[in-house]
Design a protein around this ligand. Sequence first.
Ligand code: BG6
Length: 363
Amino acid sequence: EIGEHASFMHKEMFEQPESLRRMLSGRLDHRFATVRLDGLGLDPRDLRSFKRVKAIGCGSAYYIGQLGASLIEDLARIPADAEPASEFRYRNPIIEPDTLYVAVSQSGETADTLFAVQEIQRKGGHVVGLVNVVGSSIARACGGGIYLHAGPEVSVASTKVLTHMGVGFAMLAVLLGRVRDLSHSDGARILAGLERIPDQVREILDREAEIGAVADVVADATSVFFIGRVRGYPVAREGAQKLKEISYLHAEAYPSSELKHGPLALISAEMPTVAIVPDDELVDRNIGALHEVSARQGPLVVVTHEAVEIDVEVARIDVPKNERELDPLLMTVPLQLLAHQVATRLGRDIDRPRNLAKSVTVE
Ligand code: BG6
């Protein structure tokens, strides 16, 4: 039941602080500054043997896989990337024995992801699941994995489960990092950051009305750009996906660095850009991208941190600051709210967007 909420999507977004707290409970090991993920079925020697990590999933699960890969590179310093499972399975993939494959899926029933898992296993690769639905096909096929414990998600557009996936990747990154070169103090710093996430998500949700004001910038457009750099780029991609899925606006994500290599041609007063600008070592470059857009009269919505000074006109969404590795994940939450607000203004059927299904179990 959705109670006072306007949609399941809204209800599920607002469940996040509680569900995230549940997910973290009992999994953080403060003494050794690591995490307990017994369901993976991997001992420290197994964990050390992986030379690469590859996330596979479809749609939003793929975008969060990309965010997860960057967390793993940042924290564990293991080469990591993500690929749509739907592509992976058809390209006769080369399966490497020392790669840890991670199948990412809310439902655990997405046919493309399940087939990719079977292809990895047929070729002798090691795949674990990052799955929400307990006992689902992908969870069973993988054997080992990390259950997300987000509770049921009804809305076609995924929200809370994506945040759980991001936290799952952060935990995996700490685990892989702590059997390598991630120091005790850095491990402890990330654990403390993870513990702050539920309250910080709550703070973002509390600002729904503010984000509503920003939504007007987007709702009047027919096409919207999302830009982000390095670890902000998957956030931009997921933001564009969410807006597309429920508002039917054309939305496209680009790395901020690529703007000048093509997309700038489209910037005008009619084309708003949503930019991800965390307070990190790339902030000056990201502000440079805002200048490029602003000089061409492009309206700007900027997801950023309070400490970031922006000297062009923008609609700001400030999010609470966490650790720089975890900030991108928090920045996906206001984009959920933004998509919901825009779709509401446009009168869309938020929980049942046209042409989409919650899980695609056919090929
Ligand atoms: C798509 C949905 O069909 O499946 C996306 O429209 C979703 O929203 C994707 O992210 C993957 O689903 P799952 O259940 O494998 O995470």
